[in-house]
Write a protein that binds this ligand. Structure first.
Ligand SMILES: [Zn+2]
Ligand SMILES: [Zn+2]
Ligand SMILES: [Zn+2]
Length: 313
């Protein structure tokens, strides 16, 4: 249950003038997606994109604004009645369905639905609101593009791309202004450290390969156990030819000519050691002359508005 906190709406940015005219930008986005990057996108009206969620009612007093409040005793959130000022047991709570009332969507995040990235754009139709959400295209790269969504004085940047054949939309910090910066920012700590150490990191789409000194078959630490997510079943510390690269239990479409799945230092996850050719449907073949650790940058795509997703910056 997400608690709705009412904030006074600031009437700072009116819908006109906009930084980027709607038609031009929308068209630009669609053209990009359809043409160059092969990412289907759709733009929907901002207003009408968020509904009043159902409320929880306290059946004893009738108050239907039961909140999820932090209970320090139990280190958890529990339903709390603002009228009775107490935590409530399950049996005193009932779901009170709300009338179909539209709410201000605030910043409405892009969302992947099926294989399409949905954007919301336009004016907020809520009474007394004169703000709107605009989409601004910031940068276009080879595999992804960066947009800024602005609404009611708030702005957020999103990287839109394809990850293993599926589109993703992931929020990045606001200081990021190029696709390259966005990917750099998204690269996990391990890869960042490898860069700092001056290692020659290679990349194929969402996979990064960091050179390692040791032959992966030399030390069989952890024994031979099934690799989570592998199909057909693969085992750790075993040399395979032409098998899929698996990271954190996800089998990707990238295939390595020499692969040994092993645990990853300092993490609970496994990562493949890869040598030779790496092939993937939508990327040029990569050749690794020596053993490398393969690390995948998984792109996240959460729920679609600010009320249910924490900002990252
Ligand atoms: Zn009550
Ligand atoms: Zn609004
Ligand atoms: Zn991939």
């Amino acid at each position: 249950m997400v608690t709705q906190v009412k904030e006074p709406e600031k009437k700072v940015d009116s819908c006109l003038p906009r930084i980027v005219p709607r038609e031009q930008n929308a068209e630009e986005l669609l053209r990009l997606a359809a043409g160059e990057l092969g990412i289907p996108v759709a733009i929907r009206p901002y207003w009408g994109s968020r509904r009043e969620p159902n409320h929880l009612q306290h059946t004893v007093c009738g108050d239907d604004n039961v909140l999820d409040a932090w209970d320090w005793e139990g280190y958890m959130t529990r339903p709390w009645c603002p009228r009775c000022r107490r935590f409530l047991p399950e049996e005193e709570i009932k779901v009170a369905p709300m009338p179909h009332k539209w709410l201000c969507p605030r910043v409405k995040y892009p969302q992947v639905q099926g294989d399409t990235v949905i954007f919301w754009e336009g004016e907020c139709g809520m009474k007394g609101h004169n703000h709107c959400q605009s989409i601004e295209l910031i940068d276009v790269g080879d595999t992804a593009f960066l947009v800024r969504l602005k609404a009611g004085g708030a702005g957020r940047n999103f990287l839109i791309g394809k990850d293993d054949g599926h589109p993703f939309a992931t929020m990045v910090v606001r200081r990021v202004t190029t696709v390259q910066d966005a990917f750099d920012w998204l690269v996990p700590k391990l890869i960042r450290e490898a860069y700092i150490l001056g290692k020659e990191v290679k990349r194929q789409g969402d996979w990064f390969f960091i050179p390692v000194e040791e032959d992966p078959l030399k030390r069989q630490n952890g024994g031979t156990i099934p690799v989570l997510g592998s199909d057909p079943r693969l085992y750790t510390n075993t040399l395979y030819h032409d098998v899929h690269l698996i990271y954190n239990g996800v089998q990707t479409r990238h295939i390595g000519s020499m692969v040994v799945h092993k645990g990853l230092i300092n993490t609970t996850y496994g990562a493949p050691r890869v040598k030779g050719e790496v092939r993937a449907p939508d990327h040029p073949t990569l050749t690794l002359d020596s053993w490398h650790i393969g690390v995948r940058r998984r792109s996240g795509s959460g729920s679609s508005d600010e009320s249910s997703q924490q900002g990252v910056d």
